[in-house]
Design a protein around this ligand. Structure first.
Ligand code: PGA
Length: 271
């Protein structure tokens, strides 16, 4: 099996639960709609990861644009007796394009683990939703030299039973847990070497030809000051941002910078 289409760069805005009212949600969505109405790119995919409550509104508002909408988590069963959960089937029915799976805040506060992550990745793929699966080490794991073993385990378990065919709609994000919510991101050299490592680990699972085509993004304190440097790292296929994307105009600027890099790469034949 071969991947004929080039991999686009990808950018995600993660709202977490920062939107405090319907008014804020409406303002953000209408600014994006107006400013990026004509956005059309063969080289960049844009995803807004809303909370569950705002999803339907934002998705409808942006339906005539090229901007995709997704959620920050979902449950692994399609339906049944699971009080309080939101199912991938329901989300698909509303037009959900993508889902964050295994964000480190889910791991830290809500008991997410490699096994539940794998079930959720499979649930996404079964329903035609693109999973963005998180990997990344804690500060303790970094200090004790366990990063490679941790990433290997996260990839092997998280992607267990994911076939090559399913892989086409899957993306990975390397987000070191120590770099989230900070002033500075990981350094460019760390990002570069961690992405090389991730690609090597993916090659061990899928073979290098196929591993080559899986988008591997970076997340963790991406902002307007550092995004140029981060997206210029050859191994980085895109970024996820939370705080820096909360102002819609800032997010639009992050989009423009990433798209510039995506166009540059395409011209150079690298994407
Ligand atoms: P941040 O968060 O961009 O605010 O550091 C990133 C994330 O949690 O995905």
């Amino acid at each position: 099996m071969s991947f004929l289409k080039p991999v686009k760069m990808i950018i995600f805005a993660n709202w977490k639960i920062y939107m405090r009212s319907r008014g804020e949600v409406k303002d953000y969505a209408s600014i994006l709609k107006n400013e990026l109405n004509h956005f059309e790119s063969d080289f960049l995919e844009i995803h807004i990861m809303t909370d569950f409550i705002s999803f339907d509104y934002v998705n409808s508002c942006l339906s005539k644009t090229q901007i995709k909408t997704g959620v920050q988590d979902l449950f692994w069963e399609d339906f049944g007796s699971y009080a309080g959960e939101v199912s991938p089937l329901m989300l698909k029915d509303l037009g959900c394009s993508s889902a964050y799976i295994g964000h480190s805040e889910r791991k830290a506060y809500f008991g997410e683990n490699d096994e539940s992550i794998n079930k959720k990745v499979l649930a996404c793929l079964r329903n035609g939703i693109k999973p963005l699966m998180f990997i990344g080490e804690t500060i303790e794991e970094l200090k004790s030299g366990e990063t490679e073993a941790v990433l290997k385990m996260q990839l092997e378990k998280g992607l267990s039973n994911i076939s090559l065919e399913m892989l086409k709609n899957t993306a990975i994000i390397y987000e070191p847990r120590w770099a989230i919510g900070q002033k500075a991101s990981a350094s460019a050299s760390t990002i570069s070497s961690m992405h090389k490592l991730t690609r090597k680990l993916l090659s061990e699972i899928y073979g290098s030809k196929h591993a080559q085509r899986i988008p591997v993004l970076y997340g963790g304190s991406v902002n307007l000051d550092n995004i140029r440097e981060i997206v210029a790292i050859q191994e980085v296929d895109g970024v996820g941002a939370a705080r820096a994307a909360l102002n819609p105009y800032d997010f639009i600027e992050l989009v423009r910078i990433t798209e510039e890099e995506a166009i540059k790469r395409n011209r150079a034949g690298k994407v």
